[in-house]
Design a protein around this ligand. Structure first.
Ligand code: 48F
Length: 264
């Protein structure tokens, strides 16, 4: 008697393809699209999905977590300053004190729990998917993003002269880290100006990133290190509390926008 139930190869392929296509079709429009699955994007996704919204994370890499997997200096450790250890308590991730009000933990442990929490809450992910542009309507409002498979982006134009694939959302969150990739689509068209990231200053940057997490163009919110790039704030290095609180703030702002537009 074999251990596993019998199956045919075609059935396995069909299961993958039909499940993917069904999800793709369902998420052609979402309440919120979050570009980037780093720490700020994952926290925002979890909060918004917990609030009952339809949330799609788009990540260009084949792994989730952004800088949260790697931590500081490829050492797989991350630090958090109080009170950010509360996120670890909530996720059930162990950590050690590393100095007054400073904690250290294993980056993959914290990151994998955060990824799982976003999925548990109901967020969906398209990985290996690159956001290459934005959708802007006549009312000067971001209404979605344009995507393609990440490997396609690296092909020469004569091989891959492809039409855009747009996805719609009520709100888009730029959680692309230092590059502020979504915001830059507006900058390139003179629709927004940014200051560029300042030099590293941990003490100042974490507070400032959380405080400046906001809607920078109708329908577009910035979170995480993208906030520093937009507002000329200092970099913060391998301490992650600012990213987590910024993601939470981004979710609050998105909820406010969606609730406001539902009333009007
Ligand atoms: O860089 P990242 O981790 O962003 P974050 O949430 O956190 C920053 C920290 O990791 C660290 C730091 C703070 O202590 O300085 O750097 O601000 O994650 C950004 C994610 O966005 C993806 C990218 O692959 C990464 O996983 N990303 C960037 N551009 C695109 C994208 C794009 N155009 N389309 C899809 N994904």
């Amino acid at each position: 008697m074999p251990l596993f139930h019998p199956t045919r190869e075609g059935e396995v392929t069909r299961a993958i393809v039909s499940s993917f296509l069904q999800q793709f079709e369902e998420y052609v429009d979402s309440d919120v699209i979050i570009v980037g699955a780093g720490p700020s994007g994952l926290v925002a996704a979890r909060e918004l999905a917990k609030a009952g919204l339809k949330v799609l994370i788009i990540e260009r890499n084949n792994y989730l977590g952004g800088g949260f997997w790697i931590g500081g200096y490829f050492m797989n450790k991350v630090t958090l300053r109080a009170p950010a250890q509360e996120f670890l308590d909530e996720l059930g991730v162990p950590y050690s004190p590393a100095g007054p009000g400073l904690y250290v933990t294993d980056a993959p442990h914290a990151c994998s729990r955060l990824i799982a929490a976003a999925f548990d809450a109901g967020a969906k992910v398209f990985s290996l998917t690159f956001v290459e542009d934005i959708v802007v309507r006549e009312d000067k409002r971001i209404a979605g993003v344009v995507v393609n498979w990440s490997p396609i982006i690296h092909l020469p134009k004569e091989v891959a002269a492809l039409d855009p694939v747009p996805l719609e959302a009520k709100v888009v969150i730029d959680a692309t880290g230092h590059d502020a990739d979504v915001v830059m689509k507006l900058v390139q068209r003179d629709m927004l100006q940014v200051k560029g990231e300042g030099a590293l200053w941990i003490e100042k940057s974490e507070e400032a990133v959380v405080e400046r997490t906001s809607e920078v163009y109708p329908g577009l919110i910035v979170t995480g290190m993208a906030v520093a790039s937009v507002f000329g704030l200092p970099r913060m290095g391998p301490t992650f509390g600012g990213m987590l609180f910024s993601g939470k703030r981004a979710a609050e702002v998105a909820l406010e926008i969606i609730q406001r537009s539902a009333v009007s």
